[in-house]
Design a protein around this ligand. Structure first.
Ligand SMILES: NC(=O)c1ccc[n+]([C@@H]2O[C@H](COP(=O)([O-])OP(=O)(O)OC[C@H]3O[C@@H](n4cnc5c(N)ncnc54)[C@H](O)[C@@H]3O)[C@@H](O)[C@H]2O)c1
Length: 358
């Protein structure tokens, strides 16, 4: 698509040079403006964070005009390497409104949220305020400005303790913490808004996003870091003195929790398919939800030993008690995403994910 658009633009540029002296250049310039407008504008809200910054890169390379909106509460300005940047809090309706009027986006990718489960338990207000009220504000501003397409970052946490694995989209949703509940509330709001206001939405429920941009331009920088792979990598680099395993008596092959790791680039490709649904396919697949994982799981011990093998570094592993609220196994069924969005997690072999971190 990018090549097509660039191709058109180059032709138009040539034509503009050729006809500059004649009246017809007005027509050419108008066509050029029209083609420019055909380049869809996408707001990446939360695009200074881990997944959003990778998304901005994918979207720009796919030919979209990207504007990143972020309040930098957990994100980093220097992670915005693709697209324009606008400092904006989604709770600030006036600022949001001004930005929607300025850019007139065709779609919004909504990554902005707080996402630390333990923090959500001790400070639920912070989570409902940002993740739910903030999102309501964003959605209202979208509708006020005739922008009807949104992709929402949801999470496996909406399911709570799984009753079966792999977890498909029909699995009962019983989140066990305020973070998961805040995401489920937004899913329900989206469904209601879609019926009442013709909002088109896609809910993508990520399992464990992992890995970095293969060109090494972008990374994962959460503070505090709570995700397993970055923590193990810190231990492998000697930046933390050990890695803790929480629970070694689960009903799994080696007693440690099993998780489904999905490379961030695979998530981004799924989002591009989502934009395609809005802009090109015209199929009635919008206003739908999808679980995004690689469909297989690795135990904490397996991940640690793979990192040791691939980095050739040894580090201390300590075994601790179970943490409350950690299900033994979380694995996604990605059958629906693969059927409808052609989702193929090409980069999500655990070796490839770890190699992207080295
Ligand atoms: N990382 C994962 O494994 C994972 C798994 C499931 C779901 N998710 C969801 O994916 C999304 C992105 O996750 P991430 O790991 O990139 O997190 P992140 O913290 O790196 O990124 C979130 C971004 O949103 C911004 N933000 C937060 N509140 C905002 C506000 N009120 N206004 C404007 N910007 C705001 C932050 O500054 C940050 O840049 C989140 O919604 C998260 O809940 C992530």
């Amino acid at each position: 698509m990018l090549l097509n658009l660039l191709g058109c633009r180059e032709i138009i540029n040539d034509l503009q040079g050729y006809y500059l002296s004649s009246l017809s250049h007005i027509i050419i310039i108008n066509i050029s403006l029209y083609l420019n407008r055909m380049k869809k504008i996408v707001f990446i809200v939360g695009g200074a964070g881990y997944i959003g910054s990778h998304m901005a890169k994918h979207a720009v390379l796919a030919g979209y005009d990207v504007v990143v909106l972020d309040n930098l509460s957990t994100g980093h300005k220097d992670a915005v390497k693709y697209g324009k940047f606008e400092l904006c809090d989604i709770k600030d309706k006036t600022k949001l409104d001004a930005l929607f009027k300025k850019y007139q986006p065709d779609a919004v990718m909504h990554f902005s949220a707080y996402s630390i489960v333990s923090e959500s338990v001790v400070d639920p207000y912070k989570y409902y305020d940002n993740n739910v009220s903030g999102t309501l504000n964003l959605l209202k501003t979208m509708l006020d400005n005739h922008c009807n397409n949104v992709i929402f970052s949801s999470t496996a946490a909406v399911f709570g303790n799984p009753e079966y694995v792999p977890i498909d989209e029909e699995h009962i949703k019983k989140p066990i913490n305020p973070y998961g509940r805040s995401k489920l509330m937004v899913e329900q709001i989206l469904e209601d808004f879609s019926q009442a206001y013709n909002l088109k939405y896609l809910v993508f429920r990520y399992f464990n996003a992992a890995g970095h941009d293969v060109d090494g331009e972008l990374s994962e920088r959460h503070d505090p870091e709570t995700h397993l792979l970055p923590l193990i990598m810190q231990a492998a680099r000697g930046n933390r003195k050990n890695i803790a395993i929480f629970g070694t008596d689960y009903d799994t092959k080696d007693g440690t929790c099993i998780r489904d790791y999905i490379h961030v680039d695979d998530l981004c490709v799924a989002h591009l398919s989502g934009l395609n649904v809005f802009f090109n396919e015209g199929k009635e697949v919008h206003s739908n939800n999808f679980n995004l994982g690689n469909g297989s799981g690795f135990s904490v011990k397996e991940v640690i030993s793979k990192v040791k093998e691939l980095t050739n570094k040894d580090f201390t592993v300590v075994e601790r008690e179970r943490r409350s609220g950690d299900p033994a196994v979380l694995i996604a069924s990605n059958i629906k995403a693969s059927k409808i969005l052609n989702f193929t997690p090409n980069k999500s072999k655990i070796e490839d994910i770890i190699k992207s971190l080295i």
